[in-house]
Design a protein around this ligand. Sequence first.
Ligand SMILES: [Mn+2]
Length: 356
Amino acid sequence: MEMTLRWYGSTFDTVTLQQIRQIPGVTGVITTLYDTAPGEVWSRARIRAMKEEVEAAGLFVAGIESVNVHDAIKTGAPDRDRYIDHYIETLTHLGQEDLHLVCYNFMPVFDWTRTELARVRPDGSTVLAYTQEAVDALDPEKMFASIADDMNGTVMPGWEPERMEHVQELFRLYQDVDEEKLFENLRYFLERIMPVCNEYDIRMAIHPDDPAWSVFGLPRINTCKENILRVMEMVDDPHNGVTFCTGSYGTNLRNDLPDMIRSLKGRIHFAHIRNLKFWSPTNFEEAAHLSSDGSFDMYEIVKALYEIGFDGPIRPDHGRMIWGEKAMPGYGLYDRALGAMYLQGLWEAIAKGAKE
Ligand SMILES: [Mn+2]
């Protein structure tokens, strides 16, 4: 396991590399070229500059989150091959620059969905939260406007204003895409990129859908054990792997997280670890990482990762906004630093306990 933090680059992130460097045990960052659009080819020069900036701060780039997949690929549009060619070119450049982990998702239209970005908890911290009732009452085209005021002036991944201007058009693109078609389009994409992944040893790590069920009538497939195992089997190559995000699979209380981790042995390339507090099965908020603050048993989750021999990057996922910090919702420094320390404490205890 290597402990990392997500970082959006010095232009976009309120957190600096120097601050990340001071969190004990954090050696790497998970980053991206945040100003690139889905379908755009990443140049080697820009990838190298990003690496050099991170390395100059005493850290390293542990992986990319994300290289976003163009909607033409997800919908299986006639021009998808051109966009897959671009994706392959980006992967080639990443491989040539010695980067070997790429997180991505295959969610239609909306990336992760939350209905509140600053729900106040009893201790005064604020967190991202979700209620199905709020989603059901909302016109999807107004989704963006309803939360835009809470973004603290930041641009949140998957919710870029220029994308959200075209929400109606995006919905039209997906009108004939059902779950089976989405599986098929994912299989097509993975089969085409596996050769370059094998050539450069690039581990592709699909991120689960969040929440792990259909929203606004759009199909979603990366939601449960059965479906993710189907994705692993349909392109049975170790480079076709998973970002195990506990806060995303965990949105569905039917998902047994430690059991899912064990069933994905050898295919989890990256882990996002966070806790959720449920008030009902369809009303939850993002808690502190500590087990007792939320609804998950974090010890059992980390233990399952340890037991399958997981050796990739872990990052604390979204944190609460605490101590007056102003940052991109979920991506402040303070609570993620607390999360990184707690997760490392669990790991150390589990690893030493196993050796006794
Ligand atoms: Mn995640």
